[in-house]
Design a protein around this ligand. Structure first.
Ligand code: SAM
Ligand code: SF4
Length: 376
């Protein structure tokens, strides 16, 4: 797929969006001691997002094409043993403190429970979370909890069958609802629900989805639609902004800033109350990656299912670790993996180039990969 320029029609910052030449500017090393996943702007990545597969059983319009996306060959995808080794290097030598497993759809990996059990054995205290579309979750929720999964995000954009079908191109809403219920019964709390709003499709369902989540004690987070769809159909004018989401909710609820520190979290949290009623019903999060980006506080390092480091979701540079992992598993081989991972993160751009007002006006270039192939 060719890269494509997307005109955002708004002022943007254009700070060092192209990665520096790694051969010139590698990560600093202090006599062999590890410096963690530091970048040249002083951020340290401690939150690892690992994609387990590029495959998926839904075809969300904002993520995948209806048909025609070729899956990675099995031998190009990280094995369970490679995943456990890589996470071990991240945690024990590079300061990773939190792991999120994602995809594609991680539940389609037959060895998912074994992977989580292996990670849990090696890292008894590590928070391990999973982002899933919930299809097939009903059968696996208890096994995931027993294997040591800490918590779960389930993506569900609407409670309406017709809109669900339009958004995901698959009629599986009931499976998702059953999956969420099973996860709650298995004690995988707190359950977070992720929702993307598309204009004219489910934007008018926002308040209803929030009420449904509050009633059940789930934490709903709306994610602004990002230009990471395989169809390259995203437009700046078409997307529902965080400000619009707040307005959509304000028709039914009072939102006030959550006093808890954001602490590098992508979602801005709000306390939710009914109009004129002081009783706190719960919270809602809004992840405004496009219009209110949080790049300055980003703590994420991403690894694709084929073992490539992406320092940013919007990165157009990928750094391969798989070949090094497969070169051997002696301590010196580990050192080579670590060096390359650090170099990749050192080159992390300062910002993704969207929504930073007042600093230039440049076009944003959509990455080749769709969200499903990066790992959201
Ligand atoms: N298949 C799993 C799921 O849907 O939860 C995990 C992978 S999915 C790529 C992770 C998250 O990314 C989901 O919550 C999904 O809604 C979100 N997502 C996918 N494409 C997106 C886009 N273009 N903009 C914003 N969020 C997106
Ligand atoms: Fe699949 Fe998740 Fe992408 Fe939807 S958002 S197509 S469920 S990977």
């Amino acid at each position: 797929m060719d890269t494509e320029s997307v005109s955002l029609g708004m002022p943007e910052v254009r700070p060092d969006l192209s990665a520096p030449d790694l051969s010139v500017s590698g990560a600093p090393r202090t006599g062999g001691a590890e410096t963690g996943l530091l970048d040249q702007f002083g951020r340290v990545a401690t939150d690892m997002r690992l994609s387990l597969t590029d495959k998926c059983n839904l075809r969300c319009t904002y993520c995948m094409p209806e048909a025609g996306l070729e899956w990675l060959k099995k031998d190009k995808v990280l094995t369970a043993a490679e995943i456990v080794r890589l996470v071990g290097l991240g945690v024990k030598r590079l300061g990773v403190r939190e792991l999120r497993l994602t995809g594609g759809e991680p539940l389609v990996r037959a060895d998912l429970v074994d992977i989580i059990a292996g990670l849990r054995t090696n890292h008894p205290e590590l928070p391990i979370s999973l982002t899933t579309n919930g299809v097939g979750l009903a059968k696996k929720a208890q096994a995931l909890a027993d294997a040591g999964l800490t918590r779960l995000n389930v993506s569900m954009d609407t409670l309406h069958h017709d809109a669900f079908l339009q958004l995901t191109r698959r009629p599986f809403l009931d499976q998702v609802l059953a999956g969420i219920e099973a996860a709650a019964a298995a004690g995988l709390a707190p359950i977070k629900i992720n929702a993307v709003l598309l204009r004219g499709v489910n934007d008018h369902h926002a308040a209803e989805l929030l009420q449904w989540s509050l009633d059940r004690g789930y934490e709903l987070r709306f994610i602004e639609q990002m230009p990471l769809d395989a169809d390259h159909g995203w437009t700046r004018e078409g997307m529902i902004t965080a400000a619009e989401i707040r307005d959509l909710l304000a028709g039914s609820f009072d939102l006030s800033d959550d006093p808890r520190a954001r602490d590098g979290a992508p979602a801005e949290r709000f306390e939710v109350r009914l109009h004129g009623n002081a009783k706190l019903l719960g919270t809602v999060g809004i992840i405004a990656s496009v219009t209110e980006p949080f790049c300055a506080d980003c703590r994420r390092t991403r690894i694709t299912a084929e073992g490539k480091v992406m320092s940013c979701l919007f990165s157009r540079t990928e750094v391969d670790l798989l070949a090094l992992l497969r070169a051997g598993d002696a301590p010196s081989d580990d050192d080579a993996v670590i060096d390359r991972w650090q170099d990749a993160m050192w080159a992390k751009p300062r910002a993704h180039g969207m929504g930073h007002p007042g600093l230039g006006d440049a076009d944003f270039v959509q990455p080749d990969r769709s969200m499903s192939a990066i790992g959201g």
